[in-house]
Design a protein around this ligand. Sequence first.
Ligand SMILES: [Zn+2]
Length: 82
Amino acid sequence: MLTGTLQDWLDSNVTGLRISCNRCGHHPLVPVWYLVSRLGATTTYKEIETAMKCSKCGGKNVTAERMRERDPTLAWNAKKVT
Ligand SMILES: [Zn+2]
């Protein structure tokens, strides 16, 4: 279970959220700045979790991992935050 607000994540250099769909395997990387621009920096993970669903198959059984990008311009070069 992830905790905190989007601002907390930015403060600890978390720059992306890897959403993995447990039904179809779709796993997009969503930049935190995009979530902030859509939802606001005070949004908590719990609020995001209840709203998350797969953009490909519509499944709600998804897993999220926080990612830290080594280079912010290279989304595919992200490293999992533990
Ligand atoms: Zn899916």
